[in-house]
Design a protein around this ligand. Structure first.
Ligand code: SF4
Length: 327
C-alpha cells in the first residue's frame, strides 16, 4: 500500500465562498454534508495502516462544523496521525472571544498551525477584517500561521476591510485583467473552477491536439492527494476523479469499477477519449484551452450516459455546471 505524505482531508465540499479558482468548485449552495465520526475513524485507521504521520485539513470550509472538526482531529490523533495545518477562509472570525474559545480548543487537541486564505478571489465573499482579525488572534494565542497568499494582503490592504468586493469593483481597484493575472501569478493548478479562467489565459486547441498515451503524473501519486468525507481519494490536481481510498492506495483500478481511472492510468487521456467517443462523446468544435478541460468535458459527458464510481463527487459536477463553457 502506498503512503499518503503531504496529503489532506476534505471535511466538506460546501463552503461559505465560491471562489473563481476553487479546485473543488466549492460553494454555499452545495449540500451541508460534513465528514462523519465513523468516516473519520475509517480514514484514520487507513492512514495509520499506510504509515502516514500527519495530514492537513481543508474543504470546502472546515470551520463550518466545528464540533465535527474537533472530532476528526481527536480521531486522527488517537491513531497517531498529526495535523500539519487547518485551512480556513476566516468567515467565522467576527468576534475576538469567539475566536479565542475555538483556538483554545484546537490548541488542547494539539493543533499548532492555521492556513488563512487571502486573495482577490476570497474577498468577493469574506471581508478582509476577518482574516486580519484571525491572524492577530493566532499571534495572541501562540499559534503558527501562514497567509495563502501574503502578497495579496498587501495588494488588497488599501481596500475597505469591512466589506466584500464585486468583480466590477475589483477590476477598478486591481485592473481589468486581475482575474487572469492573479491566476497566473498564483501558480494555480488550472483545474476545477479555474478551468473557466484557463479560457482567458490559453488559446483553445482541438481535442485531438491534447491526446497522449502517457498517464498523467498526478494519477496514482500519493505523495499529495486528498481523502474526502465520502471515504474516497481525489488525486491532487484532478478534482472530479475519485476512488475508494484503499483501492487508490493499493493502485487497484479494475476497469469495470473505475473505467475512467483504469484508462487514464493505463493509456493516458487518449484511452479515455476513445472510451468517451465509443459512448457518443463529440468534442466541441471550438476546442479546449487545456488537457484538463477536455478531460473534464469527457467525464461530465460520461457522468450522464455511463456513470461510474470514479466520476465523483457528484457535487463537483453539479457546482461546475453553473459556469460550464466546455459542453
Ligand atoms: S487530464 Fe485529467 S487526469 Fe490528467 S491531470 Fe488533467 S484532470 Fe487529471
Amino acid at each position: 500500500m502506498n503512503t499518503p505524505i503531504y496529503s489532506g482531508i476534505i471535511t466538506n465540499y460546501v463552503c461559505t465562498a465560491a471562489c473563481r479558482h476553487c479546485m473543488f468548485a466549492s460553494a454555499p449552495h452545495l449540500s451541508k454534508e460534513y465528514i462523519s465520526a465513523e468516516m473519520a475513524e475509517k480514514l484514520a485507521v487507513l492512514l495509520q495502516e499506510a504509515g502516514t504521520r500527519s495530514v492537513h485539513i481543508g474543504g470546502g470550509e472546515p470551520f463550518m462544523n466545528f464540533d465535527a472538526l474537533t472530532t476528526l482531529i481527536s480521531t486522527l490523533r488517537h491513531h497517531g496521525v498529526g495535523i500539519d495545518y487547518i485551512e480556513t477562509n476566516a468567515f467565522w472570525c467576527s468576534d475576538d472571544d469567539f475566536i479565542k474559545e475555538r483556538l483554545s480548543k484546537l490548541k488542547a487537541l494539539g493543533v499548532e498551525t492555521i492556513m488563512v486564505s487571502v486573495d482577490p478571489f476570497h474577498i468577493e465573499f469574506v471581508p478582509l477584517e476577518r482574516p486580519i482579525r484571525l491572524c492577530r488572534m493566532l499571534r495572541t494565542c501562540g499559534f503558527d500561521y501562514f497567509i495563502w497568499k501574503e502578497r495579496y494582503l498587501r495588494s488588497l490592504w488599501n481596500l475597505d476591510h469591512s466589506r466584500t468586493y464585486s468583480q466590477k469593483e475589483l477590476k477598478a481597484a486591481l485592473g481589468e485583467k486581475y482575474i487572469s493575472e492573479t491566476a497566473s501569478e498564483y501558480g494555480l493548478g488550472m483545474n476545477g473552477r479555474a478551468l473557466f479562467i484557463a479560457d482567458s489565459l490559453y488559446p483553445r486547441r482541438a481535442a485531438e491536439a491534447w491526446l497522449s498515451d502517457v498517464p498523467c503524473s498526478s494519477l496514482g501519486d500519493t505523495s499529495h492527494c486528498h481523502l474526502d468525507l465520502y471515504g474516497n481519494i481525489v488525486p491532487s490536481g484532478c478534482p472530479g476523479i475519485s476512488a475508494d481510498a484503499r483501492d487508490y492506495l493499493e493502485e487497484n483500478f479494475p476497469a469495470e469499477l473505475y473505467p475512467v481511472l483504469y484508462r487514464l492510468t493505463s493509456g493516458g487521456i487518449r484511452a479515455l477519449y476513445e472510451y468517451a467517443c465509443s459512448k457518443g462523446f463529440v468534442p466541441i468544435p471550438q476546442g479546449y484551452p487545456s488537457r484538463c478541460a477536455l478531460c473534464y468535458a469527457m467525464r461530465k459527458y460520461l457522468r450522464e450516459c455511463a456513470p461510474s464510481a470514479d466520476i465523483a463527487p457528484d457535487c463537483f459536477y453539479y457546482s461546475m455546471e453553473k459556469d460550464d463553457i466546455y459542453s
